[in-house]
Design a protein around this ligand. Sequence first.
Ligand SMILES: [Zn+2]
Length: 299
Amino acid sequence: MRLFFPDTPMLPLPPGHRFPRGKYQMLREKLIGEGIVDERGLVASPVAALDDIARAHSRDYIDNVMSGDLTREAQRLIGLPWSAELALRSRVVVGGAMEAAREALSNGASGQLAGGTHHAHREFGSGFCVFNDLAVTALALLAEGAISRLAIVDLDVHQGDGNAAILGGTPGVIVLSVHGERNFPFNKMASDIDVALPDGADDEAYLAALAPALERVAAFRPELVLYLSGADPLASDKLGRLELTFAGMIARDRMVFEMARRLGAAVSIAIGGGYADPISDTVEAYANSFRAAREVLRV
Ligand SMILES: [Zn+2]
């Protein structure tokens, strides 16, 4: 399996900032260390063209991100201070998502050790998300005619408000979001399928809610599944509010991959959020998703 990663400088953040920026390098080392991917299978993500990003974002917003003209309020919504590193990384994460999706269409499965920036809206960023990688990818692939139907299966614990807002009503796309009902974002946007779970939902409740939602996705017969495999439903996640075990998370991943295998659909993974204490739990859950992809999709 070939996977992509953003080979960009570490984001400069103020001391004590809660964004766990070290998790990406930890994941990379774990995937190689455990033989889930070999070093040659890890490819640096390309920088996305601004014209592609403009499929999902306004030119004004893109210009403000690239030039550092985001207002203080716009940066507060994103939750990360603007820096040249952030602008570059945001662009590269979109490039990685696009490249991973193309790789998945060629070879069955791929993914990026980043991405899943599902809170980014057309005119503004939010919740650590600047540009919406999967919305850009979906719109680009459909515009190019690479595929005619794709699904975004968003199992990050936070609702994919940006995906819903940007992609709502787009022919050829179905968006599923399974998330915590009382969690961020507090102003949720309607996806094609939304499954809102109560605080404290456990493995059994989660999987029971996921199965029929995936059946509805399968009925759409997507040729490509963009799987946002957020690690934040895990019990030890500080922002998650759910109580999934590692075993429950793996069962969740396998359910998605088994649906794709049954349909003959390609799968591209974006890792999404994860804020566990310790952060190694998040990294473990991310790695388990890639391991399950290899096992179920035989890549
Ligand atoms: Zn999240």
